[in-house]
Design a protein around this ligand. Structure first.
Ligand code: FEO
Length: 170
């Protein structure tokens, strides 16, 4: 049995992760319409990873005997007018998710819930990587994005990203 507040925060994280998947699908959708298939590929894979994260939170709660409540997933409401917009938005979003994970960690720490803290350790590390990836994309775009040839190269680079299942197994 988990602490009530910890369980509620873990449950709400499921929705945040599914929303992240939805948001990144929307970004992929935008790049697809712009003809930047590599960028679209990168965000499609990011969306898959977010879905994996949601399912890990769901599984963890189920493994601990909690009844999960699945809430409605909000419509992505961002409007992208420039190619750099989703890159800025994804970095801000990952920083928001990091803060959310840290808040759960903090709640678990308060009640000495070492099991949840150990579960969250993987996500703390993962968020570090996700923020770094988003920062790298943004930096590269700021350096090369206005040059058509360089943008083509960057798009080709992002097209090489392949999906990998999460290393965390419950
Ligand atoms: Fe699941 Fe990008 O945080």
């Amino acid at each position: 049995m988990l602490d009530k507040k910890v369980a509620e925060l873990l449950n709400s994280q499921i929705n945040k992760e599914f929303y992240s998947a939805y948001l990144y699908l929307d970004m992929a959708n935008y790049y697809n319409a712009e003809g930047l298939d590599g960028f679209a590929n990168w965000f499609n894979i990011q969306a898959q990873e977010e879905r994996d994260h949601a399912l890990l939170f769901l599984q963890y709660l189920q493994n601990n005997g909690e009844l999960v409540t699945l809430e409605a997933i909000a419509k992505p409401d961002k409007v992208f007018t420039q190619h750099i917009d989703p890159l800025k938005e994804s970095l801000a979003h990952e920083q928001y998710v990091t803060a959310s994970i840290h808040a759960i960690y903090d709640a678990a720490y308060q009640v000495k819930d070492y099991r949840t803290m150990q579960f969250l350790d993987w996500f703390v590390k993962e968020q570090g990587e996700e923020e770094k990836n988003s920062e790298d994309n943004l930096k590269k775009f700021e350096l090369y994005g206005t040059d058509a040839k360089a943008l083509y190269m960057l798009d080709s680079e992002l097209a090489t990203r392949v999906y990998a299942a999460p290393s965390l197994v419950l």
